[in-house]
Write a protein that binds this ligand. Structure first.
Ligand code: TXA
Ligand code: MG
Length: 348
């Protein structure tokens, strides 16, 4: 397939009109959002949605999130909106928050993977919303990566994964949040966070102090574990080399990582290190990448997937990562990092 790659320019609206037409005609288009890049199709067209599963190699039991460009569009898609969900929409949309609600029959089973519920999100990214408007359809869009890989947060990584597999890729700015949206199940009382993200638990608790994070998603899944967000059971966010997290006091972490590096070097192996601005100069004999400053967890979140992916070009045998406090967006950072490591965590 010949993939058309376009750089979106606010001045040139015809490009977005063209991409909207591709969606309307049953094609698939990758596009930037403030969380990560998405791979979109008309959410109401089952043939188009099937193309997404095929291009990504995505398991069919993993439902897609439906993206809308203004609040009114939700009314045809869901049966009812509980009061607290309404408040969440008003407070955090447009933005990195997905709400799980009971779906209407308008949404085909392929989109919801046979579930009676659907995730809906209104992105804040202008290009994303312009595309939905141009398509004049709600857009079903998972992250624009090959299944299992870290989600793309810029045009280059999106092209790496999807060139030749999709009709069109729209390039925009680097994704601002860098991690996928927070998912809140609004069909239960109290509401439950199925995936942590840029809208933090602290922010959500201001709307409902009983809201909680599904405790299963932060630990290694049991063998027969069936999470409420089906996608959370798959190995995810994984670069080619295995990842190991070193979790402890920062000084001890640095010493431990340097020791492990030495062992690998003695065995003629190449090591990658995920460090921070505060620690990056304390390591040697390894490929060291900084996620940003520890004083700015938003920056760490924004760079995480790009840094994980960058090691694929370095042919490292292992990637050692520092860990972060599970607080604020740190919960989402550690959730993705643990999953990329397959929960291989060395506690100090
Ligand atoms: O930020 C995002 O949400 C990005 C951008 C493109 O908007 N999209 C995204 O989609 O991360 P995806 O497909 O990579 O992740 C969707 C997650 C999966 O874990 C899926 O199982 C869960 O949402 N999900 C979707 N619909 C669901 C439902 N009805 N009930 C429970 N979980 C659901
Ligand atoms: Mg994904």
């Amino acid at each position: 397939m010949n993939t058309k790659i376009i750089k979106f320019d606010v001045e040139n609206k015809s490009l977005i009109e063209e991409a909207g037409k591709v969606i309307r005609n049953g094609g698939i288009v990758a596009f930037p959002t403030e969380t990560v890049y998405g791979l979109g199709a008309n959410a109401l067209d089952c043939c188009a949605v099937k193309k997404i599963f095929k291009a990504k190699g995505r398991p069919q039991d993993n439902p897609l999130i439906v993206h809308i460009s203004n609040i009114e569009e939700i009314n045809d898609l869901v049966k009812q909106i509980p009061h607290k969900a309404k408040i969440l929409m008003e407070k955090f949309w447009p933005g990195p928050l997905t709400l799980i609600l009971e779906k209407t029959d308008v949404i085909p089973d392929v989109t919801s993977a046979g579930l009676k519920t659907i995730g809906i999100r209104m992105p804040s990214n202008d290009t994303a919303r312009a595309l939905i408007k141009a398509a004049r359809k709600p857009i079903a869009a998972p992250s624009a990566n090959i299944s299992g890989r870290p989600s793309p947060t810029n045009l280059e990584t999106c092209v790496d994964d999807l060139n030749g597999k999709v009709d069109c890729i729209i390039g925009g700015e680097k994704s601002e949040v860098g991690l996928e949206s927070t998912i809140v199940d609004c069909t239960t009382e109290p509401m439950c966070v199925l995936r942590p993200g840029g809208i933090t638990l602290e922010m959500l608790k201001k709307v409902d102090d009983k809201i909680y994070i599904d405790p299963n998603i932060m630990k290694k899944p049991e063998k027969d574990f069936k999470p409420k967000a089906p996608g959370m059971k798959y190995r995810h966010y994984a670069p080619k080399a295995p990842v190991k997290i070193i979790d402890g006091d920062l000084q001890k972490t640095i010493e431990k990582i340097n020791k492990i590096v030495q062992n690998y070097i003695d065995n003629n192996k190449k090591v990658g290190i995920i460090a921070t601005d505060e620690t990056k100069d304390k390591y040697s004999n390894a490929i060291v990448r900084s996620l940003g400053s520890r004083t700015n967890l938003e920056e760490i979140a924004q760079n995480l997937f790009e840094v994980l992916r960058s090691f694929d070009n370095e042919d490292v045998d292992i990637i050692l990562s520092e860990s972060f406090k599970e607080q604020g967006i740190g919960i989402a950072i550690m959730n993705r990092l643990k999953k990329s490591a397959g929960f291989d965590i060395m506690k100090l």
